[in-house]
Write a protein that binds this ligand. Structure first.
Ligand code: SAH
Length: 369
C-alpha cells in the first residue's frame, strides 16, 4: 500500500495525481530503500539540498524522538506536518498513536523521497503527502501540527495557523532560536515585540528545548528551539483585525512612549483616514467582517519616526481641513490623558493594558484597521 499524494497548484486547489508522483517514486524506491531505512536519518546526497528553501534536514535521532514525544500524540489525532523533507520526523509521527498524518511539501523531489520512503510500509495508509506551498495550500482538518518548518515562513505560517480558520490542540514547531526567543518574550523583556503580543492574544507559548545547528544536514548558521503553541479555547473578546492594526502602530516604535507615538502628524492623518473609512464601511459594527491579512503579525523592522514637518498643506493634501485634523488629534490625546498610559512604552505593556487603550480609542471613533 502506498501513501496518498496530492498536488496543489496555487491556492486551495487539491488535484490528486497519484500516477505521476507514485510512478516517479517507484523508480526511486529501490535505490532509496537499498541505502536507507526508517532507522537511518542520514542524508545520502542523492540530490542537492536547496538552502533558500530551508532544506536543512534534522538528522539526530534523539532530537527527532524528543520532538515526537513532546507532541504527545493520541489515538484519533490527525497530524499536520509542514515541510517533511525526506521524512525523518514523519517517520516518528507515523509510528505514534496518531491516526493519520498529512505532510505539505513544496519540493517535488522531497515529495518523491518521502513517498518512496514510506510507500512500502504498513504505515503508509496513515500518510497523505500534499505537494504544494504551505502558505497557499488549504490544510485539511488537523488536531496537532508538528514540524521542523522552513524558517523563512515562520511568521506567516504561525499567522495562518492562529489567525486563520483552523482549530487545533497544539502546534509543536522547531524554529530558529532567535525567533523562538522573540515568540516567547514577555512584556518588559528587551525582545518583547509585536509578534509576541499578537500570538499571546490567542495562544499560550512555551519554549520546550534548544537544538544545536550540528543536528542538521547541511549545518545551518543558526541554532534552533522547539516551541509549543497552544491556542486558547475561547476566542478573545476583540476584533482581531482591529487588534492587529493597533499593535502594528504601537510596536512600530515600541520603545517610544504612547504619547510620543500618537502625537506624530503622519500617524494622526493616517488614523483619521482609517477611522473615517471604518465608520463609512460598517456604521453598525465597525471592524467586523473584514478579513485578517495574514503575515502581518511581526515587526516590519521599520522603527522610523513619522516626520512632524508637514503642516497645513499636508492636511489639505490628505483631504482634511486643519480644524478636522486638530479635533481628531484632541480626541487621541483625550483618550490617552484619561488614563495614565501616555508615558508608557508598548514594549513594557501587557496585552490587558493595550486592549484597554484600544477600547478607549474605539469608543472615541479612532479605528486602526
Ligand atoms: N522536516 C524535515 C525537513 C526540514 S527542511 C526534517 O526535519 O528533516 C524544510 C522542508 O520544508 C524542505 O523539505 C523544504 O523543501 C520544505 N519547504 C520549504 N518551503 C516550503 C513551503 N513554502 N511549503 C511547504 N514546504 C516547504
Amino acid at each position: 500500500q502506498t501513501a496518498k499524494v496530492e498536488q496543489h497548484h496555487g491556492a486551495n486547489r487539491a488535484k490528486p495525481d497519484m500516477n505521476r508522483a507514485v510512478s516517479n517514486s517507484r523508480a526511486r524506491l529501490a535505490a532509496f530503500s537499498a541505502s536507507s531505512s526508517l532507522a537511518s536519518e542520514a542524508w545520502d546526497g542523492r540530490f542537492r539540498l536547496h538552502k533558500p528553501r530551508g532544506q536543512h534536514l534534522l538528522t539526530n535521532p534523539r532530537v527527532l524522538d524528543a520532538i515526537a514525544r513532546h507532541a504527545a500524540l493520541r489515538p484519533g489525532d490527525a497530524v499536520l506536518e509542514v515541510g517533511p523533507g525526506t521524512g525523518n520526523l514523519t517517520a516518528r509521527l507515523l509510528a505514534s498513536p496518531a491516526d493519520r498524518v498529512t505532510a505539505v511539501e513544496i519540493d517535488p523531489r522531497m515529495v518523491d523521497a518521502v513517498t518512496a520512503r514510506f510507500g512500502a510500509l504498513d504505515l503508509a495508509h496513515k500518510l497523505t503527502v500534499i505537494q504544494g506551498d504551505a502558505m497557499e495550500t488549504e490544510f485539511p482538518k488537523f488536531d496537532v501540527c508538528v514540524a521542523n518548518i522552513p524558517y523563512g515562513i515562520s511568521s506567516p505560517l504561525i499567522a495562518k495557523l492562529l489567525f486563520g480558520t483552523y482549530h487545533f490542540r497544539t502546534a509543536t514547531l522547531l524554529l530558529q532560536k532567535e525567533f523562538a526567543r522573540r515568540l516567547v518574550a514577555m512584556p518588559g523583556d528587551s525582545e518583547y515585540n509585536r509578534l509576541a503580543a499578537n500570538v499571546r492574544m490567542v495562544a499560550d507559548v512555551k519554549l520546550l528545548m534548544d537544538v544545536s545547528k550540528r543536528d542538521f544536514v547541511p549545518m545551518p548558521r543558526v541554532d534552533s528551539s522547539l516551541v509549543e503553541i497552544q491556542p486558547r479555547g475561547a476566542p478573545p473578546e476583540v476584533d482581531l483585525a482591529e487588534w492587529l492594526g493597533f499593535t502594528r502602530e504601537c510596536f512600530g516604535q515600541k520603545n517610544k512612549t504612547l504619547g510620543a507615538i500618537f502625537k506624530q502628524k503622519r500617524k494622526i492623518l493616517d488614523l483619521l483616514k482609517r477611522s473615517q473609512r471604518s465608520e463609512r464601511c460598517t456604521s453598525d459594527a465597525p471592524g467586523t467582517g473584514s478579513g485578517i491579512i495574514l503575515g502581518v503579525l511581526d515587526d516590519d523592522g521599520n522603527d522610523e519616526a513619522c516626520s512632524d514637518e508637514d503642516g497645513d498643506s499636508g492636511d489639505r493634501a490628505a483631504g482634511f481641513s486643519t480644524e478636522e485634523v486638530g479635533a481628531f488629534k484632541e480626541r487621541i490625546a483625550g483618550a490617552l490623558e484619561s488614563t495614565d498610559l501616555a508615558g508608557k512604552r508598548p514594549s513594557k505593556m501587557s496585552n490587558d493594558e493595550l486592549l484597554y487603550l484600544l477600547r478607549l480609542f474605539n469608543e472615541r471613533g479612532i479605528w486602526f484597521q
